[in-house]
Design a protein around this ligand. Structure first.
Ligand code: BGC
Length: 619
């Protein structure tokens, strides 16, 4: 059964458009050669194709991979870059049709690649806030900052329902609670795409499906679960995103019971396009088809026939184009499938109004003054306030006394890069305060409140003086990571075991560590807390992390303990809550484990703190 036959009677790409939009799509399709159609199905990275190559090969889309940014990296630089690609895509001559390209980016917590952007808490923090109105404000600012860069498409929201905290992408998941992810997914798409007018950005629900369900939380691993469980836990957010009109969906790297999603006709065509009636385009993840087969031509055929429409090919786009053409000419990929894929891509372009919009340099929001503005940062600061979860407050150490001399210490105290986590300027995040401009570190936020704050950069705060420092704030936790490089893996046996069912191959990355225990990952944090406790200085521990960690000894050593997740560029939001300007309202979006055997989330029997837990200052 082929993808374009719509086996389950759901809507087709054609039903999804108005009659006049459909006829525009049909008209373009009828004028396109096979080369033009195949080019339209190809997306590559900005570093891999110049505008003249885009025109020569009729490429339909360009992306900036995480951390890939033009020289200068201001919104104006982005607009100029996108404008050059747009101009090439719109050239009309005997060989080329003027079909505007789509430019896609990973704006997953604000437009996080661009210099001076407002960077929001990662999704896990927004999940802790559990506040739909806040999420709508976050999405509205994100949308404006994407448009300011002259870009029309973000690969967000991630609607993974993460189960095992060893997964390095746990922080991209709002929660282990399907209902929360479903509500948020719907809301984020609704706010981003809006009525598809000027003030709108194309969303992408990702990664379809089961990315958060892999055994041992191995990134790109195998989701070993029944269809009933897959449907109950991981499908609802996609359904909600489709109900909200999401225009694009990204296939997931992982496999389901051994079969890769990128080559899964049942998942992509029968379920997503058929049963759920998704009429938009399915994009493959970064070289995601490469792992289907050692034979690239075969991998292309498997994925196109399964239902992938647009192919994210980081560099080898010429090979992809040649391989897809060979597949069509030799009968392995029916032309009906090509026509369906191109119709879906053109359908997204028509529906978003891409053909009618001015060039990026002339769009109303391009290089807009609101980018990185105080008003935008205020929304991010509010998101930070609402995302913090108070786990302990012995002796009412919080709120902080602003008349006291407070020692601020810990590796993450004065480090905006660490606060932002992965996917912030660079794919794996950054270190220090210089690259992420316009924000404030947690230390800067605290020192704005009180002239009595002092920063210690000594790893053990050896300069702490119990006679002067009435209390300390220690900012501890993880350092930035992204994707598989954030995985926690006890040994490679686990990987072999978890991947052994997978048909095809698996990309294996160096993990972040071997344990979920903070004391093993970062023993220096416990040493710092114990050093302060040894001097009799009561300490508030602020944990920066992309997931719940096992922190029993750190909790015991600190008088107060705050899970701050990855709060982003606005460290002032942390200070607002510490000083009691606003109360703690965040609640755990994932159960907090007492030991490593307490994960995965849905298997947690005796968590230290259940999902939904969180203290307030007013009791
Ligand atoms: C990630 C996607 C991302 C893509 C483009 C991949 O490695 O899995 O989430 O959208 O890269 O940067």
């Amino acid at each position: 059964m082929k993808a374009d036959t719509n086996p389950t009677g759901g809507s087709t790409a054609a039903d999804w458009l108005t009659p006049s939009q459909s006829s525009i799509v049909r008209e373009w399709l009828s004028r396109m050669s096979l080369d033009q159609k195949i080019g339209q199905m190809t997306q590559t990275e900005r570093m891999a194709a110049e505008p003249d190559e885009l025109k020569a090969f009729h490429l339909g889309s360009i992306l900036s991979g995480a951390g890939s940014r033009p020289e200068g990296n201001t919104p104006a630089d982005w607009v100029a870059m996108n404008d050059a690609y747009w101009t090439a895509s719109m050239a009309a001559d005997g060989d080329h049709l003027p079909i505007p390209l789509l430019y896609g980016i990973d704006a997953i917590h604000g437009n996080n690649n661009v210099r001076g952007a407002t960077i929001f808490p990662h999704n896990i923090g927004l999940g802790a806030a559990n506040d739909g109105a806040l999420l709508a404000r976050v999405a509205a600012v994100t949308k404006r900052e994407i448009l300011a860069a002259g870009v029309e498409w973000t690969f967000a929201p991630t609607v993974a329902v993460a189960q095992d905290y060893r997964w390095g992408r746990t922080y991209e998941s709002y929660s282990s609670d399907t209902d929360l992810v479903t509500r948020y997914g719907h809301q984020f798409v609704t706010e981003l795409q809006g009525d598809l007018q000027d003030d709108s950005v194309i969303a992408c629900a990702k990664h379809f499906i089961g990315d958060g369900a892999t055994t041992h939380g191995i990134d790109q691993g195998d989701a070993d679960l029944t269809e009933a469980k897959l449907t109950a836990t991981h499908l609802p957010p996609f359904k909600a995103a489709i109900d909200a009109g999401v225009l694009t969906v990204m296939a997931s790297f992982n496999s389901w019971n051994g079969d890769k999603c990128h080559g899964h006709e049942y998942l992509l065509s029968t379920l997503l396009k058929g049963r759920l009636g998704f009429g938009g385009l399915v994009i493959s993840d970064w070289d995601g088809i490469d792992y289907l087969s050692d034979d690239y031509t075969e991998a292309i055929a498997l994925s196109v026939n399964a239902g992938v429409d647009l192919f994210m090919v980081s560099e080898a786009w010429r090979e992809f184009i040649a391989g897809l053409k060979r597949n069509v000419l030799e009968g392995r990929v029916p032309i009906t499938r090509i026509n369906d894929a191109v119709s879906r891509i053109l359908g997204v372009k028509v529906k978003w109004g891409l053909f009618d919009r001015p060039r990026p340099a002339e769009r109303p929001w391009s290089d807009h003054a609101s980018f990185g503005s105080a008003a935008h940062r205020e929304v991010a600061r509010d998101a930070v306030r609402k995302s913090l979860v108070l786990l302990k407050n012995e002796g009412d150490l919080l709120p902080l006394d602003s008349s006291a001399t407070i020692l601020v210490c810990g590796r993450n105290a004065n480090n905006v890069g660490h606060q932002c986590g992965g996917f912030s300027l660079d794919w794996q995040g950054t270190d220090g305060n210089s690259l992420i401009e316009g924000g404030t570190s947690i230390w800067q936020g605290i020192s704005d409140y009180t002239p009595g704050a002092e920063l210690s950069t000594d790893p053990l705060a050896a300069d702490a003086d119990p006679n002067r420092h009435k209390l300390a704030v220690a900012v501890i936790g993880e350092t930035p990571y992204a994707e598989g490089m954030g995985d926690i893996r006890a040994s490679d046996n686990v990987l072999v075991e978890a991947g052994s069912r997978i048909r095809g191959s698996m990309k294996v990355l160096e993990p972040y560590g071997g344990s979920l225990e903070l004391a093993k990952l970062h023993p220096e944090d416990l040493a710092l807390l114990r050093s302060l406790a040894g001097r009799g200085i009561p300490t508030v521990a602020i944990l920066l992390s992309g997931r719940p960690l096992v922190v029993n000894p750190e909790l015991a050593a600190a008088s107060a303990f705050v899970a701050a997740w990855l709060p982003g560029s606005e460290g002032k939001g942390v200070a607002d809550v510490l000083f009691g300007e606003v109360d703690f309202s965040g609640r755990l979006p994932f159960a907090w484990p007492e030991d490593e055997s307490d994960v995965p989330a849905d298997g947690t029997k005796n968590p230290l703190f259940p999902r939904g837990y969180g203290l307030s200052l007013d009791g």
